[in-house]
Design a protein around this ligand. Structure first.
Ligand code: PLP
Length: 345
């Protein structure tokens, strides 16, 4: 076989497992509530290339996010753009810094371009000591700093004053705020983009809009920064179907808000029910809960029952990340855990 370049050869391929399931609470996907039955494609020209600049989509996103279309670049999910940005800014051995544990893909994207991923450990309760990160940034001068808020997998929400503190002290690093889950919390930092030209905010339609299958995300930054990063955008990157469907979805602010409120209340209800069953729950601003289970091998036991959750091991301790499902899905989860505990349902 012809060898890949050495930095890539070392990597483990990322295969997503396709275990049969009844309830899928492992990937923080939402419900499909926007593009439901009766959804029609009215203007659809599969023979033509899509609008490479995604003019209509960016206009609708701008209205939703409260910025100008010039502040937005779109990509195939925000993860594609995080990869693109790391690749565009980092040469081999440049540093990328973030708190750990966080989104495992940051490490993967660094590996792909040979950048060094430096993880700054969070505290025992998974809160973030921003002074520690700022100190490390000053010492190690990373090219890129990534803060995921609410953080995947812990759910921790970075306080706004900490984000401002970071931005005030990192003029020489690009700061990516990964806000994939911010809709389920509050206080997006989008309005800071005009103050800090090194700030890039990543948003996605994969979580709160329930459209992970469309693969649509937004990079939001100061106009000059967007124009600059545009150099690395692949032409025609968002296909016709995804652009059209995303444009339609963005017209439904009220329904999105209603969905977000319902997820928030289901999140509290699920947390309470798990707490009753002896789980330790970490405060979450996202559409999932980060928990420590009183039952050993919960992931494997639930998988046998067709309920998928995530298992995460950190410093030798087992945790789980459980997506907040619909009322019915959460009930199935709770009932299966009760059965594992030997309770009669
Ligand atoms: C889900 C997720 C994303 C976005 O994924 P896309 O579907 O590629 O938009 C980005 N960051 C984190 C931390 C996520 O969990």
């Amino acid at each position: 076989m012809i060898k890949l370049k050495p930095s890539v050869e070392r990597l483990q391929a990322y295969f997503v497992n396709d275990i049969p399931y009844r309830v899928k609470l492992d990937a923080n996907e939402g419900s499909n509530y926007l593009l439901t039955e009766g959804f029609k494609m009215e203007s659809f020209s599969p023979n033509l290339y899509p609008d490479s600049d995604s003019v209509v989509l960016r206009k609708k996103m701008a209205a939703y996010y409260g910025c100008s279309p010039d502040n937005i670049m779109v990509g195939n999910g925000s993860s594609e753009m995080i990869n693109m940005v790391i690749n565009a800014y980092c040469e081999k051995d440049d540093r990328v810094m973030s708190f750990v544990p966080s989104f495992s893909m940051y490490q993967t994207y660094c590996d792909l371009c040979g950048a060094e991923y430096v993880g700054i450990e969070t505290e025992n309760d998974f809160s973030q000591n921003m002074d520690k990160l700022i100190k490390a940034v000053k010492e190690q001068k990373p090219k890129v700093v990534i803060v995921c808020t609410p953080n995947n997998p812990t759910g921790f929400v970075t306080p706004r004053e900490d984000i401002i503190g970071l931005l005030e002290s990192t003029e020489d690093s690009l700061v990516i705020l990964d806000e994939a889950y911010i809709d389920f919390s509050e206080g997006s930092t989008i309005e800071l983009i005009n103050t800090y030209e090194n700030l890039v905010v990543m948003r996605t339609l994969s979580k709160a809009f329930g459209l992970a299958g469309l693969r649509v995300g937004a990079l939001i930054a100061k106009e000059e920064t967007v124009r600059y990063i545009w150099k690395v955008k692949v032409p025609y990157n968002i296909n016709v179907l995804s652009q059209y469907a995303a444009e339609q979805a963005l017209e439904n602010k009220d329904r999105v808000n209603a969905y977000i409120s319902s997820v928030k209340s289901l999140r509290s209800e699920l947390a309470e029910n798990l707490e009753i069953l002896g789980f330790k729950i970490y405060p979450s601003g996202a559409n999932f809960l980060f928990v420590q289970s009183p039952v050993d091998n919960l992931y494997e036991k639930l998988m046998e029952k067709g309920v998928l959750i995530r298992k995460i091991s950190y410093k030798g301790v087992a945790y789980n990340r459980i997506t907040v499902g619909t009322k019915e899905e959460n009930e199935i989860l709770i009932n299966e855990i009760k059965k594992i505990n030997g309770e009669d349902i």
